[in-house]
Design a protein around this ligand. Structure first.
Ligand code: AMP
Length: 401
């Protein structure tokens, strides 16, 4: 089955056309600057990237251009749109309504719209993607895959905040967690790779990218995760602060003469390792190099990041009363062996030992712990598009039966 995977942002859109049988990416790319001017990046498997500047006033023109590129007689990956048998959409927030992926129908569209308050930047864009695909590819089954769904198995004592219970009842204020598609994919891949029985396993997934989160996965189900009501919570990230004393918001607002919204903007966009390094960079490659060259603030930023990851992993070992495997994924988790080594240095008490040579391997699943390490540590490249494709095929095939 050929599946088109769509990930709509507010002014951008990423896409992949995947053959679900071979799991081969037939074509992929993105549309940028939607509503500003417009740029399509398209790459057919085995060919160079094509870049086309063209007006994209809305997501409709963007998706139409993607479909035109996919069916282009010269460089297209398919000859006819009817070859696309299903579309999988990434949706950021499903609130408490979705504990798994589901077929897109009117009820889902309504439910996603109701969750807009919880993800005001993302859910409207995701809905536009769904509506435009419905219009341009009528009758093609579509599946919504939620970033929050995998975390819906958390027990109430893990997802509730220590605030009056009525705010949870009235306003659904609780921890939801994000990056769920990645945590689900990587935890399953980890179990498969290490030959663990997923139904009898304790896995900690460290999704360390520009946005970063960690989850505790017990017997294949998420029991805790570091992000919260929004992706601002948890670890110190590229530009996000992660957890802080909530009173900082009022105190800093007072000092700067800034509104709550303005302080939140600082916490989302100017904090994390970017802010800690005195705005040197949010990119770990820059920070690593600067730290090596003696930049004190780059070192401080990296130390704060590493320490936060160490504490979160330790707390999830406690939450699950043990751990069988720790998996690293996403931009930093997959590529930065120095960060991994530094973090893992703190787990001598768990009997973890790292194989220096294995820790240098990149681009594929690899066990980086030694064979006698008491806990397996792996690097598993995440693949959210493939995960969405798999979910889409499973749901469409089930519905067709
Ligand atoms: P992601 O959000 O998963 O795409 O991760 C992006 C982040 O990964 C970048 O901002 C960098 O901090 C980090 N990253 C990417 N490549 C490398 C690398 N080769 N070494 C260290 N960090 C990297």
């Amino acid at each position: 089955m050929k599946v088109l995977v769509i990930n709509c942002g507010s002014s951008s859109l990423k896409y992949q056309l995947i053959d679900s049988a071979s799991e081969e990416v037939l074509a992929k790319g993105l549309c940028e600057r939607i509503g500003i001017d417009g740029r399509l990046v398209y790459q057919k498997e085995g060919l160079d990237k094509e870049i086309t500047e063209a007006p994209m006033p809305t997501h409709k023109e963007a998706i139409q251009m993607v479909l035109d590129a996919l069916t282009n007689p010269v460089s297209g990956a398919i000859s006819n749109l009817s070859e696309i048998e299903a579309v999988g959409h990434r949706i950021v927030h499903g609130g408490e309504k979705f504990s798994g992926s589901a077929l897109v129908d009117d009820a889902m569209i309504e439910a996603v719209a109701e969750c807009t308050e919880l993800a005001p930047l993302h859910n409207p864009a995701n809905l536009i993607g769904i509506n435009v695909c419905k219009e341009l590819m009528p009758g093609v089954p579509m599946v919504g895959c939620f970033d929050t769904a995998f975390h819906q198995t958390m027990p109430d004592y893990a997802y509730l905040y220590g605030i009056p219970y009525e705010y949870y009842e009235k306003y659904k204020i609780r921890k939801y967690g994000f990056h769920g598609t990645s945590h689900s994919f990587v935890s399953r891949e980890t179990a498969k790779f290490l030959d663990l029985d997923i139904n009898n396993s304790k896995i900690i997934v460290c999704h360390l990218g520009n946005g970063a989160s960690i989850s505790a996965v017990l017997n294949g189900k998420c029991v805790d995760t570091s992000m919260g009501l929004t992706p601002l919570a948890g670890l110190v990230m590229g530009t996000r602060s992660g957890d802080i004393d909530p009173a900082v918001i009022e105190y800093l607002g007072h000092k700067l003469g800034a509104s709550v919204e303005e302080v939140l903007e600082i916490l989302n966009k100017k904090s994390g390792v970017l802010g800690l390094s005195k705005y040197l960079s949010s990119d770990f490659r820059d920070l690593g190099e600067a730290a090596l060259n003696g930049n004190m603030y780059a070192s401080i930023a990296l130390n704060v990041f590493d320490y936060n990851v160490v504490k979160k992993i330790g707390s999830y070992v406690a939450a699950m009363n043990g751990v069988d495997a720790i998996a690293f994924t996403a931009g930093i988790g997959e590529n930065d062996r120095f960060v991994r080594a530094k973090i893992l240095d703190s787990f001598g008490y768990l009997g973890i030992t790292v194989d220096k040579e294995r820790n240098k391997v990149r681009g594929r699943n690899v066990k980086i712990s030694t064979d006698d390490s008491k806990v397996d540590v792996v690097v598993i490249p995440t693949n959210e598009e493939l995960a969405i494709c798999r979910e889409t095929v499973a749901i469409v095939s089930n519905t067709a039966r």
